[in-house]
Design a binder for this molecule. Structure first.
Ligand SMILES: C[S@@+](CC[C@H](N)C(=O)[O-])C[C@H]1O[C@@H](n2cnc3c(N)ncnc32)[C@H](O)[C@@H]1O
Length: 343
């Protein structure tokens, strides 16, 4: 009898431990229902931060491809219209059609209200925004700029994310921009999307131009951050002012991950002896030297200590004034650089 009691107590203890471990380590995914109430909550809590992240990601195209003048935009999971606002900010002069697709009617209603400055009869603050519940059916219709911000993480399975990414790519004539939270999960989803588009062969090819990684990765090899334990996501940060609502008003920081794929040939290629790495952490400025943590064109992470003496005054100045997320020019030298280590 005594033995039975002990066994049962032990079983209960094990059960409790397992459940507690599971609660801590397992993420219970549940789809969110974006009704009117959640729309307002989303606006108060996520609109400004999401807008900051999307604007920053799109700025990468604006900066590196200044002649890009998109006429059409497709935003999948458009929510409150963040991508349309950010795109209007960058390319308001050229955009003639912005198609915002969201399965939630209430989100699109709220987005339209925001666009009209909360005045039902008013003209929208900018024109050519069209709200839809579904993606355009024809695979032949393409948009210059296609985006999905914080939407892949709303889809319930890897398969649905893969299908969505393939469909969005088919609809892309220049750039596909994906933005997610700067978490392990967000980064992982973007790397899955990258894998899908770089490796998967479509059965019917509508546009034969292959996908190229435009940003943030300076290479098309496996993400070196996924190859090490513990996995630290590749993310970036953007400061922003929260909406003027009751609560704290000081500047906040949005941590996000993003991926931009392009149908175009890389524009920066062709400068002999120069490569562009991506700063994947804040630069640490010390006396006469700067610590730079970078992802490099060979698919490796590197920690470089940049000094004026070793790397030239220009490169040193450039490193000092660069920030997490920027590209850093690397002048290729024939001899080995003693002050850099693979991470
Ligand atoms: C987290 S919100 C992001 C909204 C917006 N992109 C932003 O950056 O603020 C995700 C949006 O995706 C929409 N959504 C989720 N699944 C969808 C689907 N299968 N098709 C279209 N929209 C979807 C939701 O209704 C919601 O508005």
């Amino acid at each position: 009898k005594m033995g039975d009691i002990d066994e049962e107590a032990l079983r209960n203890r094990i059960k409790k431990r397992v459940l507690s471990e599971l609660r801590q380590t397992t993420y219970h995914w549940n789809s969110l229902k974006y009704d009117e109430e959640l729309g307002v909550v989303y606006m108060a809590s996520r609109l400004a931060g999401g807008f900051a992240a999307v604007t920053r990601a799109l700025n990468e195209i604006k900066k590196r491809d200044p002649s890009f003048a998109p006429q059409s935009l497709l935003d999948f999971g458009s929510g409150l219209g963040t991508v349309a606002w950010a795109s209007h900010l960058h390319w308001g002069d050229s955009l003639k059609e912005m198609v915002c697709v969201d399965s939630s009617g209430p989100m699109s209603v709220l987005a339209e209200r925001l666009l009209k400055g909360d005045e039902e009869e008013a003209e929208p603050l900018f024109k050519h925004v069209y709200f839809r519940r579904f993606l355009p059916v024809s695979p032949k219709v393409q948009f210059d700029l296609v985006a999905a911000a914080f939407t892949l993480s709303e889809l319930p399975s890897v398969k649905e994310r893969e299908d969505a990414v393939i469909t969005l790519w088919r609809k892309t004539s220049s750039y596909l921009v994906l933005v997610e939270n700067g978490t392990k999960e967000g980064h992982q989803m973007l790397m899955e999307a990258r894998d899908t588009l770089l490796k998967k062969q479509e059965q019917i090819v509508y546009d034969p131009r292959p996908a190229r990684v435009f940003a943030p990765c300076p290479h098309e090899m496996m993400c070196p951050k996924l190859a090490r334990e513990p996995i630290i996501p590749c993310n970036f940060q953007q400061r922003y002012h929260p909406l003027p609502l009751p609560g704290p008003h000081e500047c906040q920081t949005e941590k996000f991950s993003y991926l931009i794929l392009s149908r175009m040939e890389p524009a920066q290629e062709g400068t002999e002896g120069l490569e562009w790495a991506r700063l994947i952490a804040p630069v640490l400025c010390r006396t006469r030297h700067v610590h730079c943590h970078m992802c490099c064109t060979d698919g490796q992470l590197q920690h470089k200590v940049v000094t004026a003496r070793k790397h030239s005054r220009d490169v040193y100045r450039c490193a000092r004034n660069s920030d997490w997320g920027d590209q850093l020019p690397i002048i290729l030298k024939v001899e080995e650089d003693a002050d850099s280590d693979s991470e």
